[in-house]
Design a binder for this molecule. Sequence first.
Ligand SMILES: Cc1cc2nc3c(=O)[nH]c(=O)nc-3n(C[C@H](O)[C@H](O)[C@H](O)COP(=O)(O)O)c2cc1C
Length: 364
Amino acid sequence: MSQEPIKFAYWVPNVSGGLVVSKIEQRTSWDIDYNRELARIAEKAGFEYALSQIRFTAGYGAEYQHESVAISHALLASTEKLRVIAAILPGPWHPAVLAKQISTISHLTGGRIAVNIVSGWFRSEFTAIGEPWLEHDERYRRSEEFIEVLKGIWTQDDFSYRGDFYRFHNYSLKPKPLQQPRPEIFQGGSSRAARDMASRAADWYFTNGNSVEGIKAQVDDLRAKAAANDHKVKVGVNAFIVARDTEEEARAVLAEILAKADPEAVRAFGHEVRQAGAASPEGEGNWAKSTFEDLVQYNDGFKTNLIGTPQQIAERIVALKAVGVDLILSGFLHFQEEVAYFGEKVLPLVRELEAKRAAEKSAA
Ligand SMILES: Cc1cc2nc3c(=O)[nH]c(=O)nc-3n(C[C@H](O)[C@H](O)[C@H](O)COP(=O)(O)O)c2cc1C
């Protein structure tokens, strides 16, 4: 278990419709004013990171979407400490363009920008924008080259690279980003290919929501592979958090989200993600075992079960930490109110429990 305090990130709601595919009332907006205010609330509440999403077209109700790099910069400009992670799809982005964009944003914002390399699941979206759709493991091969290239451009002068997807010849990016040695690189994906890539190349492995046991199996596999590669990788887990003063209230909110789920949108999403995961050699991937109810939160956030009272949630977060989780990536129904509530009621309990566990360990 890490000695460091567990970190918290929130999903930037830069796509419309919130984080659940449900017609329940959501006091969350994708617009920039709402998001700027949310970022300020989150940094005050103790969140270290915000994660933006990249979508070019919608498949599950997220009809409007702000672009991830531009909105990440806007949120950095509205805050002082928060670090913002921009989601990036290799394919639409060329690494030379991205390396340059991120370097400039790094200089504009005191080095607070990071990237999340996502390999893609949404075939119709790629077709819509005229991007070739690679097979599952080919997508990861391209993402790994993309990461290698980013690291090279950000840290070396006269950078040269000959890959199957990218070529560089004596390229020197100036200026380099402010961060030393470079901005952090996250990856989002949960398949074997995702873990193989993260165990060699990424700083962080971001995965969908899951039970403590499900997460432990991934962490054990990831860390064993990373050790064999002499690489260090941290782990972030998605959770849709419903914290209320009583467990009954929290459970009632979940029940209402599910009762008001939009069946057509959830099924359409399920169809797309299943074909994406089925295309991996193992027939697995993020959503391989997701039920209809799981898919109502499109990154399986209910499975992590951070639904209940502040005390119950804090205990479950510390249990995740005990199996090797370094960061909780959180989604909420009414973002602004609930991020503030989380900072006030849940986070102090997490810190208390962490201190208690550390004291028990040093006494033992
Ligand atoms: C934390 C997280 C964030 C993600 N963000 C995005 C995103 O913004 N846009 C996107 O198209 N896919 C996103 N994905 C999906 C990944 O691109 C990937 O397609 C998906 O996880 C399936 O990969 P797998 O087969 O390795 O599990 C995200 C995944 C995770 C876990």
